[in-house]
Design a protein around this ligand. Structure first.
Ligand code: MF3
Ligand code: CO
Length: 296
């Protein structure tokens, strides 16, 4: 009997070791995953080139799927728990997981593009929010602050810090300083061989709480922020998450590898931002390429 319990304990320890190993990647694995992350950046860049009033969100999805497959990737959202598309496209009060469709984008829309690509055994998962043409100063500020909060969160993704430090930093910048709504039902996450791995990375939290961060954990950090309250509901399609008060929402996401002193960002906004600046239909007046929001 004792022997049996001993064997079970040994087995549990072994399984736990395997689980822990899956949280940390080898340098080689990180390099492979970087390719998937950059393919997401390239896909969002392709979308940034063609975004304009009058274009349907479904046409963006079709274009993105072709681009991903042509580059040897698999659009991992498509078929994920029944999600029917390659891109999540969330417009205005839609926060995340919006369905592409017949909707024609119009001047003033805020468009979040989020996608996941699987290639060579690893996932890349990131997101960017665009503004079509003229909008209000409040929305410009919301987009700016949300993007800043992403980098402020990333600055915490270093060896020795804890998951709660990331959330606390994002919450402090968005809710604390601006009173914005910080979505709680959806969170960032580990990402690698699976699209969603441990640990969960909320955009709120307490400094010094949660799992300790260690070298080569790869995290999807993704503030989802509204101009109003943080309450949400799900549309009848069972997927699209919208703000309950109808206030506009913004979502930026990077994949980062935890390192000593400074996280390594595996995804890349530079190419997206270049395409955004080059597309006169897009409003990027809240930042300059040169001023580099990354320097937080
Ligand atoms: N980045 C999103 C997430 O982590 C995308 C998921 S794909 C979907 O939840 F299929 F769930 F939409
Ligand atoms: Co994600």
């Amino acid at each position: 009997m004792n022997r049996c319990i001993y064997m079970i304990n040994l087995l549990m320890l072994f399984l736990y070791k395997i689980y822990l190993m899956s949280l940390y990647k080898t340098n080689e694995e990180v390099e492979i995953q970087r390719e998937s992350c950059l393919m997401v950046s390239d896909t969002i860049t392709e979308v940034a080139k063609v975004l304009k009033p009058g274009i349907t969100t479904l046409s963006l999805d079709v274009m993105a799927e072709t681009f991903i497959r042509d580059n040897g990737g698999i659009p991992a959202c498509k078929g994920y728990h029944g999600f029917p598309y390659s891109l999540c496209i969330s417009v205005n009060e839609q926060i995340v997981h919006g369905f592409p469709g017949k909707y024609e984008l119009k001047e003033g829309d805020i468009v979040s593009i989020d996608t996941v690509i699987y290639k060579n055994g690893f996932h890349g998962d990131h997101a960017y929010t665009f503004i079509l043409g003229e909008t209000t100063p409040e929305v410009l500020e919301l987009v700016k602050v949300t993007k800043e909060s992403l980098y402020i969160g990333i600055a915490q993704a270093v060896i020795g810090k804890r998951v709660g430090d990331i959330g606390a930093a994002i919450e402090n910048h968005t809710y604390g300083k601006h009173g914005y709504g910080v979505i709680r039902e959806f969170v960032g996450h580990g990402v690698g061989k699976a699209m969603h791995e441990d640990p969960q990375v909320p955009n709120y939290g307490r400094m010094g709480s949660g799992k300790k961060l260690q070298e080569n954990m790869v995290l999807a950090i993704e503030p989802m922020i509204t101009l109003g309250k943080r309450d949400i509901y799900t549309l009848e399609d069972g997927w699209t998450i919208v703000s309950e008060d109808g206030s506009p929402a913004v979502h930026f996401e990077h994949n980062v590898c935890v390192k000593k002193g400074k996280a390594e960002v595996l995804s890349d906004f530079t190419r997206i931002e270049q395409a955004e600046k080059a597309n006169s239909n897009l409003n990027s007046s809240y930042y300059n390429l040169e001023s580099d929001l990354v320097s937080f």
